[in-house]
Write a protein that binds this ligand. Structure first.
Ligand code: PLP
Length: 320
């Protein structure tokens, strides 16, 4: 039996050769998996997990989604849009005071009809517990909340990326590409958990490397492994092991703070391939991609573009 799902994303997303970046970096074949083009708001990678999270929420008879993140959170904006399209309420928790100038993603969520609550807690790390408390308070008022951890990183959400592995694999089979290396930006780890579950479960052999942009790698790698195992169990796939989670520390000076290398990465992607990368995720993952290639990572290699359009455009005018 397949898990309940609502249609949000336009799939498959393109898999495109990056000839000009290849020439610039002097490497073998490079490809980009265009999950910046999932076609639901500016959700990027969040559209795939939200299809299953909304499916589960609707099946469970929920009437309100509860989620949380930093003001830059693409997940919160995407969750607000997704909740609106399936007729659920949405309450979003953000840490501390509202940012000045306002964040595009928070305003997008508000316009989509979400109730936006600042200052319930002061730090990002406290948000997951705050979501549970808020859901309990709503339940006490007779509501039927569906609480989600940051990034929507649950085993159910990860199904979206387990399926994306099959999608990539079909595209590669069709085009005769034998992928050797895949790089993806990792925040909450939901995306990587799904990719790990799919890669092992569907028997793919490429090396998957995650660029951790916001959290220390050790606790996060453990969480990714557990979620990927739970996701594999839902899909009746073989469970991944520790050796299947390769996560590198790409935080640098902090979440959203780009190094000189990250600026070079963003510019390379834009000027050679017309790709918009943001400083939270995409630029840091591209820096890892370049450094792995420079160290001899085998090609063909795939850069999994996860989106981040809102932040990429905001950075142009706010110098973020
Ligand atoms: C959320 C996000 C990621 C990371 O995905 P996780 O599932 O949270 O690890 C990467 N890139 C962009 C643009 C995102 O919004």
């Amino acid at each position: 039996m397949s898990p309940p799902r609502v249609d949000l994303a336009t799939l498959p997303t393109p898999l495109t050769r990056m000839h000009r970046l290849e020439a610039a970096l002097q490497t073998g074949p490079l490809y980009v998996k265009r999950d910046d083009l999932t076609g639901f708001g500016v959700a990027g990678n969040k559209a795939r997990p939200l299809e299953y999270l909304m499916g589960a929420a609707v099946e469970r008879g929920a009437d309100v989604l509860v989620a949380a993140g930093s003001p830059s959170s693409n997940f919160c904006a995407a969750a607000a849009l997704a909740a609106a399209t399936v007729g659920l309420g949405c309450e979003l928790l953000f840490p501390g005071a509202p940012p000045e100038p306002p964040s595009v993603n928070v305003e997008l969520a508000r316009v989509a009809g979400a109730r936006v609550l600042f200052g319930v807690v002061q730090t990002r790390e406290e948000l997951d517990d705050a979501v549970i408390d808020h859901a309990n308070a709503l339940r006490a008022e007779g509501r039927r909340p569906y609480p989600l951890p940051r990034g929507g990183a649950t085993a159910v959400g990860a199904i979206g990326y387990a399926n994306a592995v099959r999608e990539l694999s079909e595209q590669c089979d069709h085009a005769g590409i034998q992928v050797a290396t895949v790089v993806v930006a990792t925040g909450s780890g939901g995306t990587q958990a799904g990719l790990v579950a799919g890669r092992v479960g569907f028997g793919l052999t490429w090396q998957l490397v995650g660029a951790s942009v916001s959290r220390p790698t050790q606790p996060l790698a453990d969480q990714i492994l557990r979620r990927s195992q739970d996701c594999a169990a839902i899909l009746a796939l073989d469970p991944p092991g520790t050796e299947n989670v390769d996560l590198r520390d790409c935080r640098g000076a902090g979440f959203g703070v780009a190094s000189r290398d990250d600026h070079v990465s963003g510019r390379l992607a834009l000027r050679h391939e017309g790709l918009l990368l943001d400083n939270y995720y995409g630029a840091k993952a591209m820096t890892l991609f370049r450094s792995l290639l420079a160290d001899g990572a085998p090609t063909p290699a795939v850069f999994w573009h996860t989106g981040g359009v809102a932040a990429a455009l905001t950075a142009l005018t706010q110098g973020a």
